[in-house]
Design a protein around this ligand. Structure first.
Ligand SMILES: CC(C)(COP(=O)(O)OP(=O)(O)OC[C@H]1O[C@@H](n2cnc3c(N)ncnc32)[C@H](O)[C@@H]1OP(=O)(O)O)[C@@H](O)C(=O)NCCC(=O)NCCS
Length: 176
């Protein structure tokens, strides 16, 4: 993976990529691009366009996107997204989804989105960030392990095709 510099709310730059990448909260109009990213990233168990619209309007969902900003043209496109759910009156936050466009994988964008989500949840007072991932999703498991998540269990037949889920969590205290 190429070296990546992350500055929260601003730019992620990669030595192999002259364009800049911005990590920022999604806006209400992003639901179409988010639905398209979802369709291209997951064969099943997808977030529907309707659910994207309600996440974007919800107080308890934090949707962040990575935008690739093309040089000079002022154009940008969504190349990654993360959804974190905060349950009222608990200190547990849940990473509900993370996806990176195929053309943008292997550049550290997922780690930048995860770092940003982790910091937002820490700022919001959460103590732990939890997630589930498919047993057969080796790329995701490697990403989560590298970003400091530890495995805490397994749920049999969690996904609609019968695949098990691995449960991970990361403590948000002490920079954990
Ligand atoms: C999982 C995902 C978010 C990772 O994003 P990414 O930006 O490509 O992340 P990285 O390039 O850092 O790759 C993550 C790790 O998986 C490894 N990896 C990538 N593809 C792999 C594969 N097919 N098999 C095994 N390992 C793989 C990478 O080498 C890297 O491991 P490393 O940190 O030890 O080098 C991305 O692949 C994706 O969007 N997948 C589809 C949606 C998805 O599965 N989301 C996660 C749901 S929990």
């Amino acid at each position: 993976m190429s070296a990546v510099t992350v500055t929260r709310f601003s730019r992620v730059t990669s030595s192999s990529n002259p364009d800049s990448i911005r990590i920022e909260p999604a806006s209400a109009e992003d639901w179409r691009a988010l639905s398209e990213l979802e369709r291209a990233s997951f064969p099943g168990d997808r977030i529907s366009p309707r659910s994207w619209r309600s996440f974007l309007a919800s107080q308890s969902a934090v949707v962040t996107v990575a935008r690739s900003v093309g040089a000079g043209l002022g154009s940008s496109s969504i190349i990654g997204a993360a959804v974190v759910l905060q349950r009222a009156r608990t200190s547990v936050a849940r990473l509900y989804s993370i996806a990176i466009a195929k053309s943008a994988r292997g550049r550290g964008v997922s780690a930048a989105l995860l770092d940003d989500a982790t910091q937002r949840m820490r700022d919001a007072g959460a103590a732990v960030l939890r997630l589930e991932t498919r047993l057969d999703n080796v790329a995701a498991q490697r990403l989560f392990a590298r970003c400091g998540f530890v495995q805490r269990g397994r749920k049999a037949s969690y996904y609609e095709d019968g695949e098990d889920a691995l449960l991970y969590q990361k403590s948000l205290w002490n920079g954990g």
